[in-house]
Design a protein. Structure first.
Length: 290
């Protein structure tokens, strides 16, 4: 440390010689560092420092200005501020008897769904679909799903409307008759092949009875609003179809949402946006332009 003013007055300047510009740096830098800065030897710097009665530089001098932060901030932060090593800061703090900054107690997260719980794979569906649907695919009682949903703070989802079922049609007796109960369950062509009646006869019979032609509806169409919200695997399990089928429907849905871009930007850009081959986009664009 530097001497006070009275001690400086007692310094024998005859032995020291003329003042040097670097005298103020003695004891504030390492002797080797100051010697390189001045352009002299380490021994000369050391001898001049001792002549002044100045103690050698220690890393504690770099840490001392941050003494009020010891125990308040972590040793790592203080080391980064003062340029000292972590071990030096820790040693200096311990020498002063200052305890380290207490580590924050990590919050214990309550696991409401164990890893092997049957509902865990379908957790993303809670509050999005009816409890009955989740109970059906997970194999647990509806009350269990309800309890879990309420524990997570989700409101019950509105049940999707069931597809209207066609009233049963009785079969008629007569030549090329007796297949009327199949209308609405399969196409006229399939009925024709199944019962061995010409297709035109089946089609005209269906028109005569005023029954709308059969339209195949995908099982996943009821859950198209969940595309992109939950994983394809979960949605496939919910709809009872394959994962590849869900991926296909998701691609078609993306194309439909971006149909307004056809012809405005290149097919490659639209294809990359919706995740389908450019040839498919080109085909759709030609159909739209025709």
């Amino acid at each position: 440390m530097d001497l006070d003013s009275k001690e400086r007055m007692a310094v024998d300047w005859k032995n020291i010689g003329l003042p040097r510009w670097y005298d103020c740096k003695l004891g504030r830098l390492k002797d080797q560092t100051l010697a390189k800065l001045v352009g002299t030897t380490k021994n000369r710097i050391r001898s001049r420092r001792l002549a002044f009665g100045i103690e050698a530089y220690t890393i504690d001098q770099a840490i001392e200005p941050f003494r009020d932060l010891l125990g308040v901030e972590s040793d790592r932060n203080i080391a980064a501020r003062c340029g000292a090593s972590l071990s030096s800061v820790t040693t200096y703090r311990e020498s002063l008897g200052i305890p380290a900054k207490p580590r924050p107690i990590p919050l214990q997260r309550k696991q409401r769904l164990p890893v092997k719980h049957p509902v865990r794979p379908y957790k993303a569906l809670l509050g999005l679909v009816a409890d009955e649907d989740i109970a059906r695919i997970s194999g647990v009682p509806v009350d269990t799903v309800k309890t879990l949903r309420e524990a997570f703070g989700f409101k019950p989802a509105v049940s999707l409307p069931e597809e209207p079922k066609q009233a049963p049609i009785p079969n008629f007796v007569g030549p090329w008759l007796g297949y009327e109960s199949l209308f609405g369950t399969m196409s006229a062509a399939k009925i024709s092949r199944a019962v061995g009646v010409p297709f035109t006869v089946v089609e005209r019979r269906q028109e005569f009875l005023g029954i709308a032609p059969y339209q195949r509806v995908s099982k996943a169409s009821r859950y198209e609003h969940l595309l992109g919200v939950v994983s394809d695997g979960v949605l496939a399990k919910l709809a009872g179809v394959s994962t590849s089928r869900i991926a296909q429907i998701r691609g078609v849905s993306k194309v439909a949402r971006n149909e307004h871009l056809l012809g405005l930007v290149s097919d490659e850009v639209v294809a990359k946006l919706v995740g389908v081959p450019p040839s498919r986009i080109a085909q759709l664009r030609k159909l739209k332009e025709s």
